[in-house]
Design a binder for this molecule. Structure first.
Ligand code: NAG
Ligand code: NAG
Ligand code: NAG
Ligand code: NAG
Ligand code: NAG
Length: 460
């Protein structure tokens, strides 16, 4: 019963939360499989303003954890689902071994359950601190955890018949996890790093992770994502940079997704220290690669590279690059960095091209543009651009809810084409859109929110 209590609690978190989110009506819940094979329930809220009225509704329908928050609600649910479901799949394995294993393992298992409950308590404390909330919901959660600890103590005398209940709950959950798996499989139709596909067929729904780490919708200018070529041991790292204007003044690194969501960065690099240095950038079209931040250096107007390992900055002027032609949604977006399976790129425009978009391949050793392609589209009509497998994709706005990939340039064949691949937006404007070859996702900074998209490729 100790196991079943914990499992049922976790089960209720899952079913309760997803169900109540589904009750949000126009809200959308999308399942996927996380890094550890855990089922992740992603929350997509299509409304352009945060539906505070529905939060209230959710507070009353979700009795297990009616956390009293406003904007952070997305984060809370996301963290709980990801973490709890990760633990759940681990528990599945352990219950199976409980059933078959000799009695000495059972004693050990109870010991582990106790440890886990203490960890759970720490997690709740962390959430509580992170939300700065003194909600009674947390207090009842504490009571519940302590109660479960007591039950674990009483249950040292172990009863095999309880396992049947647990197995039924697991069977139910297994089906849910399998459904998640199906959803995920529908997208990943090309191996990571592989270019044996015919380019983008369609985009998934926008998956909203949470409001930015500054917890302010005023931080509209920024970006987030993962390193496109992580150093060994940094594969799970995320980064974020945000601002209320187009200046780029700092970047924060997080050891993994959980810490990103908890806003617990392990390092923040300041690009401006008065009287000391001014390495600031502008435009928010940067990327991180091998722990280097590649960004548009402000003064002089150049490509900037902050090596976050050595904390040194370099810049290199691109001959002919112009600071006159920004993207459609924001000023100062003159150099847009991108990384794909084939390397590092910079997208810009020149006076000579009269503002038409130019694509440059960067030699990562010399930090110079070594090859250039001229496109036929005006940079100012483009909202953003990214690269996949040596193909440039350019986007434009259709309406407040729809964006469209309207143009591609294939550097492998020196071929351009006009296409129409529409995709949903969470909110109208965005400052940052980049593909990451390590997980084949597109990362968008959408009016202050972390958003990503899964991509489905054409079979070639
Ligand atoms: C599940 O268990 C494995 C092996 O014990 C561990 O490496 C992993 O971190 C666990 N996952 C979670 C989410 O607890
Ligand atoms: C769940 O797993 C995470 C990550 O492995 C861990 O930090 C947390 O304490 C675990 N929570 C419970 C309730 O076991
Ligand atoms: C937490 O809340 C208290 C009281 O509402 C406030 O004074 C304090 O500044 C808040 N702390 C943070 C980190 O938001
Ligand atoms: C604690 O557990 C007992 C049964 O062991 C139950 O009657 C009681 O309602 C529980 N209290 C809370 C707060 O969950
Ligand atoms: C960044 O700095 C580290 C440590 O000095 C060095 O090993 C690495 O080659 C540098 N990377 C780049 C791209 O300059």
């Amino acid at each position: 019963a100790a196991c079943s209590y914990i499992l049922i609690l976790i089960f209720l978190f899952f079913v309760g939360d997803c169900a109540s989110l589904e009750e949000w009506g126009s809200g959308h819940v999308e399942g996927s499989v996380g890094e550890f094979g855990q089922c992740v329930c992603n929350v997509f809220l299509p409304d352009t303003s945060f539906p505070a009225d529905r939060v209230e509704h959710m507070q009353t329908t979700s009795n297990q954890l009616s956390v009293k928050v406003k904007l952070q609600i997305i984060k809370v649910y996301y963290v709980q689902l990801e973490v709890l479901l990760g633990n759940l799949s681990n528990l599945t394995t352990r219950v199976e071994s409980l059933e078959s294993g000799p009695d000495k393992y059972i004693k050990l298992e109870f010991e582990l359950l106790r440890i886990e409950l203490r960890e759970f308590e720490a997690l709740v404390t962390q959430l509580k601190a992170s939300l700065n909330s003194s909600s009674p919901a947390f207090e009842s959660l504490y009571i519940e955890i302590r109660n479960m600890s007591l039950i674990v103590d009483q249950l040292e005398s172990y009863d095999r018949s309880n396992l049947e209940v647990i197995r039924i709950e697991f069977a139910k959950l297994q089906r849910k996890l399998e459904k998640c798996q199906d959803d995920k499989d529908d997208f990943s139709n090309a191996g990571i790093g592989s270019c044996k596909h015919g380019g983008i067929l369609r985009m998934g729904k926008p998956v909203v992770s949470q409001l930015n780490a500054d917890l302010s919708a005023g931080y509209k200018y920024g970006g987030w994502g993962k390193d496109s070529k992580p150093l060994p041991g940094s594969e799970n790292m995320y980064w974020y940079s945000g601002s209320t204007d187009t200046l780029v003044s700092r970047i924060t690194q997080y050891s993994d997704y959980y810490n990103l969501i908890m806003r617990q960065g392990f390092k923040t690099h300041q690009l401006y220290v008065q009287y000391n240095y001014d390495w600031r950038g502008t435009g928010n079209n940067y990327i991180v690669r091998e722990n280097n931040l590649y960004y548009q250096f402000r003064s002089p107007f150049a490509m900037g590279k902050l090596n976050m390992t050595s904390v040194k900055v370099e810049y290199k002027v691109i001959p002919m690059a112009s600071a006159q032609f920004s993207y459609h949604y924001s000023a100062n977006q003159n150099l847009d960095f991108a990384a794909d399976e084939s390397g590092l790129w910079v997208i810009y425009a020149t006076e000579e091209s009269k503002g038409k978009l130019v694509l440059g391949k960067i030699n990562e050793v010399s930090f110079e543009v070594e090859e250039v392609w001229q496109t036929s589209i005006y940079k100012q009509s483009v909202t953003n651009a990214f690269m996949i497998c040596g193909v440039l994709y350019a986007t434009r706005s259709v309406d407040t809810q729809t964006e469209e990939i309207f143009y591609t340039y294939d550097t492998n064949k020196n071929e351009e084409s006009h296409v129409s691949i529409p995709f949903e937006k969470f909110q109208d404007f965005y400052m940052h859109l980049d593909y990451n070859p390590t997980d084949q996702r597109l990362y968008m900074f959408n009016n202050g929110y972390y958003v990503y998209y899964n991509v489905k490729f054409k079979v070639s």
